[in-house]
Write a protein that binds this ligand. Structure first.
Ligand SMILES: NC(=O)c1ccc[n+]([C@@H]2O[C@H](COP(=O)([O-])OP(=O)(O)OC[C@H]3O[C@@H](n4cnc5c(N)ncnc54)[C@H](OP(=O)(O)O)[C@@H]3O)[C@@H](O)[C@H]2O)c1
Length: 333
């Protein structure tokens, strides 16, 4: 390929500037694994990177995109063969290192896993980091013995977002009663189609608890929201339950009583998809590939191109994106 299309972020005084450019592939960093990128995705973190928030990027110009799927062009480490398909997520791709918003990427082979045979490249990105994190959250809850029961739902907060939508779909498939909490009650039908049995208005949870221990509502929780919501859910989680803390869409800080830990044995489990070990990642991708209905995945996915991304950065940061957004690097092919 003589030139590649890429979304490039450059430092500017108040907000970084974003342009779509034709680049010489020789501009990419020297790394053993060279990939022709087919699809990337839009995650909350990509919105932050495009808008220069959270000091995630250390040097400019920068190519965002924390997820990518692509075909191997060459791999000097011989880990992968030309023509094989790989997925790369996390490891600070798209933050410290140039990411998936370009038609080519160079990677450390240790950052890549093989595309599971049962997944198409597009479906793998419909899952992406958000789906991987949702699966890691469920695996963490399972590890703590949080199993489906009939008399208490598993709560998913930020349910209509990327992590939330996939969490609802896989938890429901695994037999959990799923309560989806959303600030967009207009998405109730969407969440019901994904498998939610109860819809909880965000306003019920977004102020901290009135007492250290409230009525025991939740078997456990997959939480994308953090902040006071996490404190509220903690006070409402039933004995021996657990909360997988995935995100901070509603705030990074929370103030809570230790009573749920001491008197109910409730646990908060940290989910870090960026540095998850390779064996855990591979297992998570296998399970996602088995569990997720492809029609359902299509229903929760919007496909866009590089040119659409700047507008979508603001939309995801203001909680306006539903489900998952896949970025097609070669539209029209
Ligand atoms: N730990 C990890 O490894 C990991 C991996 C991926 C993502 N994350 C984090 O997980 C979170 C979700 O990521 P995502 O890609 O799913 O983003 P997303 O698609 O934007 O979903 C976030 C959802 O949270 C809800 N929300 C937004 N603003 C809110 C607010 N102010 N208060 C309460 N709820 C709010 C919205 O859902 P409703 O409209 O349904 O309420 C929104 O759709 C982000 O904080 C992200 O950084 C962490």
């Amino acid at each position: 390929m003589s030139s590649i299309r890429a979304l490039v972020v450059r430092e500017a005084q108040d907000q970084p500037s974003i342009t779509i450019e034709e680049l010489d592939p020789a501009t990419l960093a020297e790394r053993p694994l060279k990939v022709r990128v087919a699809y990337s995705t839009l995650n909350y973190k990509d919105g932050m990177v495009m808008r220069g928030l959270g000091r995630l990027v250390r040097s400019y110009p920068h190519i965002p995109g924390v997820d990518l799927v692509g075909e191997v062009i060459e791999d000097a480490s011989m880990t992968f063969q030309p023509g094989e398909w790989i997925i790369a997520t996390g490891y600070r791709i798209g933050e410290l290192y140039w990411g998936g918003y370009a038609q080519q990427a160079t990677l450390d082979p240790a950052w890549a896993v093989r595309l599971p045979p049962a997944l198409t490249p597009r479906h793998s990105m419909a899952i992406g980091t958000a789906g991987l994190s949702a699966m890691l959250a469920i695996m963490a809850l399972e590890h703590m013995g949080v199993q489906p029961v009939n008399d208490a739902p598993l709560l998913v907060t930020g349910a209509a977002g990327g992590v939330g939508s996939i969490a609802v779909a896989i938890a429901s498939r695994l037999g959990y009663q799923v309560a989806g909490s959303t600030g967009r009650m207009s998405e109730s039908d969407y969440l019901t189609r994904l498998g939610a049995t109860t819809i909880v208005p965000r306003s019920d949870l977004e102020t901290g608890p009135e007492r250290p221990l409230e009525s025991e509502h939740w078997l456990g929780c997959i939480d994308s929201v953090g902040g006071p919501t996490l404190a509220r859910v903690l006070a409402q989680t039933r004995s021996r339950g657990a909360i997988a803390s995935v995100g901070l869409a509603g705030g990074a800080q929370f103030s809570a009583s230790v009573m749920p830990f001491l008197l109910r044995g409730v646990s908060i489990l940290g989910i870090d998809s960026v540095n998850a070990p390779q064996t855990t990642r591979t297992r998570a991708w296998e399970r996602l590939s088995e569990l997720l209905d492809r029609d359902l995945l299509d229903q929760l996915t919007t496909e866009i191109t590089l040119d659409d991304l700047p507008g979508y950065a603001d939309r995801i940061l203001s909680g306006q994106v539903r489900g998952r957004v896949v970025v097609n690097l070669h539209p029209g092919l």
